[in-house]
Design a protein. Structure first.
Length: 423
């Protein structure tokens, strides 16, 4: 652990050039730019039917609904509220849900409403709070595009107890989509949520908790001044039963404080201490590999992410033996510059494919680049406890280059040699 800490300090020059004792002027504009570019790169365009995004120049009436989009963007708890740009965070009382015990949640003062108005000066951009689904539907009916902001709050100390959006937000989205099919949903969540309305909306954007300049980042993605390039680092299930555990680990095992006290009072004993053992039925097939091993089709796969441009993967070559090397071309067939993230998955026999490499590639319209990805040996291998080392089995492996887990733009086979190595 000390080695890791010192390595980071040395590589960043903190030992050779320590921070001076005198106060330094902070470049807030530069900090704001970093915060916004980071958020823009991480926002994921999940659905874009009929190219509803980016917002057409002819969209003159846009309504934003819910999610306190007039105030700012959702923040997690604690240290995520450390800020160097923007105004003072806004605290809003919670009214329902398991997290209501926290009394209030925090929003970074980066208003998507203000940011969209700045980027669409010729349009009428208004806000409706979404507390009344009928009023929201009426506002959506009169708009060219309706954008619903849906939130689910989590922190390190407060996990989500369900994948369902809280506070009847699903019903709100249904009402808006019924009034105007040109509806886009912007999600501010810490993880996947269920989307029973997915077939009734034309666009879905996963913005996560986008930080101090999140409002500006969301607006830039929506209007198209930034081409989305984020990719999902987690699988979004189609239903809760697709996941390994329909309920979060521990909620079925732990008793509440009141239940423990009641049990102790009845029995005349000291309060019991809850304990449980967690089993892992998925074994090493974690995340997207679980879905592959069970042949489940999720709502949105690990690695998924759309762009306002179109990219093709072509001309795959594969070299096996002691190492697995792939080479292929990436082509931007669209009219906009943008980034794509080709992903290399490898599978042995009928086992679930494993992500063994990926690379973010930026291309101008019509540009073509040849990319080389070398499969990470440790990911190809299995762990052998007896030998305390990794073992790549000799055999034929399926090689898949794709945009996301579970699909294959390019497919080939490679023969690998038997190989053992230690950590």
């Amino acid at each position: 652990m000390v080695t890791r800490i010192l390595t980071g300090m040395i590589e960043n020059g903190l030992l050779d050039h320590p921070m001076p004792d005198t106060p330094q002027r902070i470049d807030y504009a530069a900090h704001a730019d970093v915060a916004q570019r980071t958020a823009e790169a991480g926002i994921v365009l999940l659905k874009n039917a009929h190219d509803i995004l980016p917002l057409a120049k002819t969209a003159r009436r846009v309504v934003l609904i819910g999610g306190h989009a007039d105030v700012g963007v959702l923040s997690g708890g604690g240290s995520s509220q450390v800020r160097s740009v923007g105004g003072v965070p806004v605290e809003i009382p919670l009214t329902s849900g398991a997290a209501a015990s926290f009394a209030r949640i925090t929003y970074h003062a980066s208003s998507p409403l203000d940011a969209l108005r700045a980027l669409m000066p010729g349009a009428q951009v208004r806000f409706v709070d979404g507390s009344d689904p009928a009023a929201a539907a009426a506002a959506a009916r009169d708009a060219d595009v309706a954008i619903v902001f849906a939130t689910q709050w989590q922190t390190e100390a407060q996990d989500a107890e369900t994948l369902v959006l809280p506070d009847r937000q699903d019903a709100l989205i249904d009402s808006v989509a019924a009034a105007n099919p040109r509806t886009v949903v912007v999600l501010e969540t810490g993880g996947p949520v269920l989307m029973p309305w997915i077939d009734r909306v034309q666009g879905v954007v996963e913005a996560w908790y986008p930080g101090q300049r999140g409002g500006q980042a969301i607006a830039a993605i929506l209007v198209g001044s930034v081409n989305p390039s984020g990719r999902l680092p987690i699988t979004f299930p189609r239903s809760a039963v697709q996941a390994v555990r329909p309920k979060p680990v521990g909620l079925d095992h732990f008793k509440t404080a009141a239940e423990r006290d009641a049990s102790a009072n009845t029995a005349g004993n000291a309060p019991e201490v809850s304990s449980f053992a967690v089993e892992y039925p998925e074994g090493s097939d974690v995340g997207y590999r679980w879905y592959a091993s069970k042949r489940l089709t999720p709502l949105f796969a690990f690695g998924h992410g759309l762009s306002y441009s179109k990219f093709n993967f072509e001309r795959l070559t594969v070299t096996g033996g002691a190492a697995l090397t792939t080479s292929f071309e990436v082509v931007n067939r669209g009219r906009r510059a943008g980034a794509v993230v080709p992903q290399l998955y490898v599978a042995r026999d009928v086992s679930a494919p494993r992500l063994t490499g990926f690379k973010r590639v930026f291309l101008r319209p019509g540009e073509r680049k040849r990319i080389t990805l070398i499969a990470e040996p440790r990911v190809l291998a299995d762990w052998e406890e007896a030998n305390h080392g990794w073992h790549i089995l000799k055999g034929t492996y399926a090689v898949i280059v794709s945009n996301e887990a579970g699909s294959g733009a390019l497919v080939a086979k490679a023969s690998l040699s038997d190989r053992r190595f230690t950590p």
